[in-house]
Ligand binder design. Structure first.
Ligand code: CMP
Length: 139
C-alpha cells in the first residue's frame, strides 16, 4: 500500500465521445495525480500483447478489434493506494453492475466498450506502465 502508481486507459469509445477531460477530472478530484499521459493509436499487435492474458477468452478477437478501432489515452495515476482507488473510481467491468457515480456507470456503453481500463494489481500495474511509458515520461 502507500503511494502507488497504476495504469489507466481511456478507451476508444470514451475518446470518441469527447469525455477525456471529464474522466481525468474524476481521478484528480479523488486525489490521484496524473504522473504520465499520452494519446496513442494501438495496433492489433499492441492490443494482442497488452491483453495477452485474455487470449483464450471468447471475447478476445472483439476486444482486439475494439481497442485498436481508434485512439486511446494512457495515463499513469499516482497516489495513496492508487491501484484500488482507481478501480473504485472506474466501477465494475460491466456498466450494468457499476455503482452510480463511477466512470463506467456514467460513460460506458457496454462490457466491451467500457470507457476505461485500470490495472488490477500492483504487479500488473508495473508491467502495464512499462508497456506504455519510458521512465522519462513519468514525472
Ligand atoms: P478491461 O478492464 O480493460 O480488461 C479486459 C477487457 O475485456 C474488459 O475491460 C472488457 O472491456 C473486456 N471484457 C471483459 N469481459 C468481457 C466479456 N464478457 N465480453 C466482452 N468483453 C469483455
Amino acid at each position: 500500500m502507500g503511494i502507488e502508481q497504476t495504469l489507466s486507459i481511456v478507451k476508444p469509445d470514451a475518446v470518441a465521445k469527447g469525455v477525456i477531460g471529464k474522466i481525468v477530472d474524476r481521478f484528480e478530484s479523488r486525489g490521484l495525480r496524473i504522473a504520465g499521459m499520452k494519446k496513442i493509436q494501438l495496433s492489433t499487435a499492441d492490443v494482442e500483447a497488452f491483453y495477452a492474458v485474455h487470449k483464450e477468452r471468447g471475447f478476445f478477437k472483439d476486444l482486439v478489434k475494439y481497442m485498436s478501432s481508434g485512439p486511446v489515452v494512457a495515463m499513469v495515476l499516482e497516489g495513496e493506494n492508487a491501484v484500488i482507488e482507481n478501480r473504485i473510481i472506474m466501477g465494475a467491468t460491466d456498466p450494468k453492475n457499476a455503482v452510480a457515480g463511477t466512470i463506467r456507470a456514467d460513460f460506458a456503453e457496454s462490457i466491451e466498450a467500457n470507457a476505461v481500463h485500470g490495472s488490477d494489481s500492483d504487479e500488473n500495474a508495473k508491467k502495464e506502465i512499462a508497456f506504455f511509458f519510458s521512465k522519462r515520461e513519468i514525472l
